[in-house]
Write a protein that binds this ligand. Sequence first.
Ligand SMILES: Nc1ncnc2c1ncn2[C@@H]1O[C@H](COP(=O)(O)OP(=O)(O)OP(=O)(O)O)[C@@H](O)[C@H]1O
Length: 444
Amino acid sequence: MVRILLAEDDEIMRISVSDRLKQFDWQVDEVENGLDGVKMLEKNDYHLVISDIRMPGMDGLKLLAKIKEHSSETAIIIMTAYGSVNDALDCLRKGASDYILKPFDMDDLIIRCNRLLDFQRVKDQVAILKENCRIGERTLIGNAPVMQQIYSIIDQAAPTNATILITGESGTGKELAARAIHKASLRSDKAFISINCAAIPDGLMESELFGHERGAFTGADKRRKGKFELADNGTLLLDELGDLPGPLQAKLLRVLQEGEFTRVGGSKTIRVDVRVLACTAKDLQKEVDEGRFRQDLLFRLKVIPITMPPLRDHKEDINDLCAHFLKEFRSPYDTPFSLSKEALTCLSSYSFPGNARELHNLMERASVLSSGPVIYPEDLPTELCALNCTADIGFNLAENMAVAEIACLKKALNYCSGNKTKTADLLGISRKNLWEKLKNYTVE
Ligand SMILES: Nc1ncnc2c1ncn2[C@@H]1O[C@H](COP(=O)(O)OP(=O)(O)OP(=O)(O)O)[C@@H](O)[C@H]1O
């Protein structure tokens, strides 16, 4: 609901403006002077402040400075008499959004209010769309049966408001799954906010989640909304939830059950409508057994549990994952990066303790180190290929020389993006000679 603070010392003017604003179902708080206005700002958040310039106690200019201290997002319309236009211009320079000359037509004021409120909505929407575009770019890849099962749970659970607990080893795509759930949910056009519970110092976590009032602690010079308020009507992802400090687990449980909380240093109960998703690589039941995690919170979180499979359980997806990751890296050659069959064989016999994230990093490394657009085993870490790819050909000189020649041909072809004339030049042999060697060795 739109919330407006109206500061005007002239009672008749105040009542008539307020009555008109209320016709639009906007919630209007009225004050007679700037000092009372500041008190209201300390208690509430406003989309818009409409203030007279000349008021007893504290005038509109000083009130404007206080509004800016409290919230940079609140729009401000200054009402001014013809004689104080210069003061109004001063207000515009100091951050007011608009001014209106008294006496004014009420329709004119409403048009200005709507314009500012629309602008705020568009700004919020742009932020959400920007985030959603980022979500769209990052999708889960993989068609293996274990991944199909994940997609089917996501499809079923996404349109509900159920809390979902996503577990799995590090790098298995838990965060991607959470984004996919938001994207497929009825809240997809609303905010997706995420917080990494392991990355924020314990002392700051409460304020990050629930926000704080001005003066709640040293350095809290402005009221600040927490992630729960920012995610209102949308989705909040609590990443690495297993690291949430004990005292906050109780507060989180209350929000999950009652949808309400108070900001740090505040007494007002704030209600939100937030869908909560949680990710963790920890075994939360073990954390409960060892007294580090609340059993009741775990029950509440895992209304729908999803376990992301490790990459070693869906190795058939490695090729698609590589193709997907390689698209991210700009090839300096004529053709985009691709994976050779030999490199795929190497990767397929590796166990990937770091899961898809490790594969992503291997592809990034290979894209930097490879001598051409095709990734070969030589472009992967030696320990990874040495283990899996080098067949033992003993000491036969001819066989060893053939292996070296094939490797050199491949490297040169790769460097020249497959162009045979350039490759022959690079190798210092004729095109015919190159063609014969490629035919003999059946190098592609
Ligand atoms: N199935 C997948 N499809 C595409 N990319 C994936 C997939 N799984 C993981 N990734 C990639 O691996 C990286 C890690 O993914 P993500 O952050 O979602 O994993 P996580 O399980 O949340 O990891 P952590 O527990 O360490 O936070 C990202 O670059 C992500 O794009």
